[in-house]
Design a protein around this ligand. Structure first.
Ligand SMILES: *Cc1c(COP(=O)(O)O)cnc(C)c1O
Length: 369
């Protein structure tokens, strides 16, 4: 069986360190917040090249807290790319704002053209998503954001460690959010998330919101919520952080192999390779009109695949109330064609080649039929 993701193998490779990290928390008995959480926040901020990191309960809360911290007038429009996980758009609506979708381009990140086209006088912010670990086209996005005086939130849930022109993602805008859901490139053993920012005021505000509007116990400056980072999760994340760059390099090894082995198959569209950026390859996503048959063929041959995402957000029942906007053609069509191949540091070259050979075989069989 070639697994899509192998968290057990990762755990066994650093078991002693993880077990010791958990034990440290049991010894301190600080389960929510406390020294281990502070240490991870400091290390993660340094890793991403940001001044502050505020640990929170999960990546969805991180987005909601980030939006709230920016003091955007209620009912403003916030633009979100149509090809992302629903957490990105949910956070907009749940924060009392109006959601506006825009399209993605051929690397599946936000299309700067479509983003600008969807700006109205009510638009106050944009959430860009470094989807699949691929940094968005930040030069164009920054230009548009500055021209229209918008707030910029970066959803980095899939892009820990990714870099755009030598700079880690998450520090281009006002604020950025991360998820440490177990399957992410840096994953906890439960839910966890974080916010990073270079702004003193925004960091302070986020720290208050996540803890009932409070910085001092039982003194509440405003109503916040509970979304604190669990210390056991922080300890695990801190132990794993040391390996993250190595794992990302391994993901890039797997991606290069896929690119090389699959480049001559005309029926599939590979993710565009871009050497000026550091892709963190949370996912390696190809496109083919034979997607469902190919997925079935791979599955029958013991290769697990995924689909990210099988129903584009504008096609979801949750958004049936919105008018389908002509300017989001790519995202609403490609959901039937996207296929995520096995990806992670767990894969041997021989396994990647086996997946590629099966894909070649599949398309050769297609031609004969
Ligand atoms: C995983 C993910 C989230 C949500 O994170 P959770 O920790 O699961 O709440 C948000 N945005 C994107 C792009 C994600 O992939």
């Amino acid at each position: 069986m070639i697994k899509f993701l192998d968290l057990k193998k990762q755990y066994l490779s650093i078991k002693d360190e993880i077990d010791a990290a958990i034990k440290e928390v049991l010894d301190t008995q600080y389960f929510v917040g406390g020294p281990v959480v502070k240490r991870f926040e400091k290390n993660f901020a340094a890793y991403q090249g940001a001044k502050y990191c505020v640990g929170v309960g999960n990546g969805t809360d991180a987005l909601e807290i980030a939006i709230e911290s920016l003091d955007i007038p209620k009912g403003s429009e916030i633009i979100v790319p149509a090809n992302t996980f629903i957490a990105t758009s949910e956070a907009v609506t749940r924060s009392g704002h109006k959601l506006k979708f825009c399209d993605c381009k051929n690397d599946y990140t936000i299309s700067p053209d479509s983003f600008e086209l969807n700006i109205t006088p009510k638009t106050k912010a944009v959430i860009v998503v470094h989807l699949y670990g691929k940094p968005c086209e930040m030069d164009s996005i920054m230009q548009i954001v500055n021209k229209h005086n918008l707030k910029l939130i970066e959803d980095c849930a899939q892009a820990h460690g990714a870099e755009y022109k030598g700079k880690r993602v998450g520090t281009f805008g006002d604020i950025a959010t991360f998820s440490f859901y177990p399957g992410k490139n840096l994953g906890a053993y439960g839910d966890a998330g974080a916010i990073i920012t270079n702004s003193d005021d925004i960091a302070y505000k986020c720290s208050m919101i996540r803890d009932h509007g409070s910085m001092r116990k039982y003194l509440h400056e405003f109503e916040g919520r509970n979304s604190r980072l669990d210390a056991i999760q922080a300890a695990i994340l801190d132990a794993k952080l040391k390996y993250l760059d190595e794992w990302i390099n391994d993901r890039n090894r797997v991606a290069s192999l896929y690119q090389n082995e699959l480049k001559n198959i005309l029926e599939i569209v590979l993710p565009p390779a871009d050497n000026t950026q550091r892709h963190s390859y949370h996912l390696f996503v190809i496109r083919t009109t034979k997607r469902d048959a190919l997925a079935e063929y791979l599955n029958n041959n013991d290769v697990q695949t995924g689909m990210h995402y099988p129903i584009a957000l504008p096609n979801q029942p949750a958004y049936s109330y919105m008018e389908l906007n002509d300017s989001i053609k790519n995202a609403v069509q490609w959901d039937k064609e996207l296929l995520s191949l096995p990806m992670g540091e767990h894969l041997y070259d021989s396994e990647v080649k086996k997946v590629c050979n099966l894909i070649k075989e599949f398309f050769e069989n297609q031609e004969q039929n």
